[in-house]
Write a protein of this length. Sequence first.
Length: 455
Amino acid sequence: MIEQLAEMPTYEAYKDSGVEWLGEIPAYWNIKRLKYEANVVLGKMLCTENKGNYQLKPYLKSKNIQWLNVDISSTDEMWFSPSEIELYRLMHGDLILSEGGEVGKTCIWNNELDECYIQNSAHKITFSKENNSRFFLYLFFITGKIGLFDSIVNRVSIAHLTKEKLTNIHFLFPPLFEQTAIAAFLDCKTAQIDQAVAIKEQQIALLKERKQILIQNAVTRGLDPNVPMRNSGVEWIGKIPEHWELITLKRIVYFIQTGPFGAELHAHDYVENGTPLINPKHMKEGNIIPDATCSVDNNTLLRLKKYQLANGDLIMARRGELGRCAVVSTKEHGWLCGTGSIVIRLKHDYFNVKYFFRIISGRGVAEVLGLDSVGSTMDNLNTAIVGNLVLPMPNMEEQTAIVTHIETQSAKIDQAIAIQQQQIDKLKEYKATLINSAVTGKVRISDAVQLEGVR
């Protein structure tokens, strides 16, 4: 793909742009501050009441802005005065740029709603008629990806890209006909790349689904397709081998314990690079990834000693993404169960913890836990709910064989997923390189369009 770029035509003459990140540009392209070619409006501060003759209107904020595309799946409403309606209304072709959060993130408004406005976490950018806003959509994409927007923001606690700083940035201004040709070319090419990425993402989703089915069948039906089966009486389990048992989790553990909460652990107890506390966000695909800022010193560790993890423990989320869990290894031995977690210590003489990890992390258990959880705003688990889980239990020899089978087959699927992800990464890299080359004049798109056409 990169080779294709090398074969594209270039301009006859270039000049030094005087802007470090742009380097050399086509000799007849101009460099101007944004304020000379566009009107920039910072959105309206949130207004939750009618102050007289106001109208309730939908608006966009930073979370609605995605790179190159707007997300209108969730929009809120607030009150606007008649003059504000004129000032803050989005018109077709306006760019919407994030003022905070991931500063500079830019999308374009294509009348996705009949009427919409902006809140003060976003800037509305309206270009003069001598410019094509879709060209600048792509130029801003590259400007953001190289970190230019982020490098000039005001920082106190949260980054803010002010109107003054935004409007004083120097941007490239090719002639309108070239802006239009470049935008049309990139519309076509990025759509093709996005479609290829979407296909590969679907393939990854199918591979992950295949992996889930593999695990579910192995932990509930075993490895012998010819063994006699019986109905388990448990909906998510279905049929199990006739010689397997059904047990409640509490029968096979030394203890089930939630992490410290309330007065046991305060914000001032946290230090950097101490003994890690493990919360749900630290469990990723069965692995424990600690955060150096989520840890405690030795005094707090001694006080919370009863919450220490041991090699072979199963730690799981008790809120949020139920079913997220990991097996504690020798590396994590002595770390602490966090507030959002539950630790399960199995009787290892009879049970393979990796087998139960596969059951607990499966879709069936997650659905059961979601139904049984407590809490009005977020699902929460307690030790009783976890202890009463009904699970299929083969003998130790079968548990070990099942774990080996799952790990072997899962590794093959994970490798296939990794290959697809590498291809996605390469496509996204090519997309960024293509956009950069086009909007900065490294390749001559007006000629390229004539040579191959934009379909």
